[in-house]
Ligand binder design. Structure first.
Ligand code: HEC
Length: 127
């Protein structure tokens, strides 16, 4: 009996927590590395004036409009994070005019983290 409990507890720790972390990680990454500039929720009226970047659901709608598959979208985002240029930008021209080009996040997160956060954004925002 005791061993059974111990065993299921161990399995819970390995699989339960493991998968919880796998899901939490990119979300936390986004909160730490991106949400300083990109709001996650639709901005309230007063927030509109103080925005410093387009909210992420709008960004993801543009990305999904332009990229046919998840792989294309993730590759685009993971690249843009490190090397943003006006030529690559998919968002409306007015966004860059209003907010300026996104500063490169080189050194702020790793390539793996960029891919992981991009996948999370694709699954959770836009449409
Ligand atoms: C210092 C503020 C800032 C941070 C931090 C930031 N961004 Fe941005 N981002 C911007 C601004 C401003 C724009 C709009 C101008 C542009 O497209 O370059 C933008 C645009 C984007 C776009 C749309 C590009 C396009 O035009 O097609 C994506 C995708 C994006 N950001 C993802 C991210 C992700 C993911 C992170 C976190 C790893 C992040 N950003 C962190 C400011 C930021």
């Amino acid at each position: 009996m005791k061993t059974e409990i111990l065993l299921s507890y161990t399995l819970f720790c390995i699989f339960g927590l493991g998968s919880a972390f796998a899901q939490e990680d990119p979300k936390i990454l986004f909160e730490q590395k991106c949400s300083v500039c990109h709001l996650k929720q639709r901005p309230a009226y007063e927030e509109m004036k103080t925005l410093i970047a387009p909210p992420i659901m709008g960004v993801m709608t543009h990305v999904k409009d332009a990229k046919a598959t998840k792989i294309d979208a993730v590759n685009f985002i993971a690249d843009y994070i490190f090397e943003p240029t006006p030529a690559k930008a998919l968002c409306m021209k007015q966004s860059i005019e209003r907010f300026g080009l996104m500063p490169s996040q080189k050194g702020n997160l790793s390539k793996e983290e960029a891919i992981s956060v991009a996948g999370y954004l694709y699954e959770n925002f836009g449409y």
